[in-house]
Design a protein around this ligand. Sequence first.
Ligand SMILES: Cc1cc2nc3c(=O)[nH]c(=O)nc-3n(C[C@H](O)[C@H](O)[C@H](O)COP(=O)(O)OP(=O)(O)OC[C@H]3O[C@@H](n4cnc5c(N)ncnc54)[C@H](O)[C@@H]3O)c2cc1C
Length: 396
Amino acid sequence: MNTEKPRICIVGGGFGGLYTALRLDSLPWQLDTKPEITIIDKSDRFLFSPLLYELITEELQTWEIAPPFAEILSHTSILFRQNRVTEINLEDQQVVLDGAESLSYDYLVIAAGGKTPLDIVPGAKTHAIPFKSLNDAYQVKEKLRLLEESKPEKIRVAIVGGGYSGVEIACKISDRLGAKGRIRIIDRGGEVLKTASKFNRETALKALEKRQIWLDLETEVTKVQSDTISLSYKGTIDTIPVDLVIWTVGNQVSSLTQKLPLDKTEAGLLKIKPTLEVLNHDRVYALGDIVESKDATDKILPATAQVAFQQSDYCAWNIWASINHKPQLPFRYQPLGEMMTLGIDNAVLSGLGLQLNGPLAYIARRLIYLYRLPNLQHQLTVGFSWITQPLIELLS
Ligand SMILES: Cc1cc2nc3c(=O)[nH]c(=O)nc-3n(C[C@H](O)[C@H](O)[C@H](O)COP(=O)(O)OP(=O)(O)OC[C@H]3O[C@@H](n4cnc5c(N)ncnc54)[C@H](O)[C@@H]3O)c2cc1C
């Protein structure tokens, strides 16, 4: 190592990167070993994506679900650089930023997350909107606002993908549009929510049915145009009118990760050791949506915030252990269950022996996510707003 103070560079301040940094900052350090921790993110805000749907219905505001890094890190010694990482030079231990400046590191954490691939179907890149970032949510919201203003008749929304995101966004948009909404979910599989628990899937199906959300199963999207979507069902292609297409399927690693000369799976995910280090490079860790995550029995885990969050604890601990010449720990995943929002003030959750739906699940989901928000100050401000907002609305 070059300096007394180890320099830890964290690429990406999402669930994997930000929580690794916060955990690292809170671990016990000797004065001379306390590292210099830098997070680099292209955005100025951390996004708590499980609550992104609530922006569409205006149940929540941006400041609640996407606090600025400057605010989250203000009471820590973590440094933040808002910039896009264009290259990582593993031999020289340098992270290159947009604008050619580079940062040297002793330890590197790669947590750049995934993106939704839109270039699989003609027209999707131009006419469909993914639902992953704040910008995507703003685009969907603005499109809905324009449609609500300009179309007195039905508003037709096609949601590609019947996974968690597809079902959750469908229920939220349906509740926002009310009787005006004509919503369909398109999925190439024979059922929606294939990986969900039985209780969650059955509750979600009832929520979809209640809202008259149409399911196009065993159906492939073949083309998207400005006002139509073409669907292939059992060999027959049908082109139907549509006002808004939302694309929720697929997870592709970023081009930054694609370029890295590291061992990857066929899908391009980084292969990692149980300690979360990448193969053949000491002191380089990777976690979250860009890696092939496995539990203790080698079972592949889904790309979720729950996995990235739990990995961040191990990643921070293992970097601490490496700096302090202690043994590193293998990642052990603890499945804690799953939660979904199913429209305004409604949710479902199952896990740890508990099954809840309706308003009770809605409150439990909110409280669990409040506890997961990045720091105590933000938790308190948001919690206070969640308590006082309904009272203000009641009195006004
Ligand atoms: C709408 C939605 C709802 C979801 N709901 C749930 C849920 O209910 N439960 C659950 O467990 N999971 C959920 N997920 C999945 C979860 O959000 C991801 O699995 C999780 O965010 C992965 O964490 P990560 O750190 O790998 O990536 P991210 O959290 O995506 O963070 C990656 C960060 O890297 C930054 N970045 C990327 N490239 C660069 C670059 N070149 N230079 C600088 N910065 C860069 C990005 O700006 C971003 O901040 C949801 C996802 C979405 C989109």
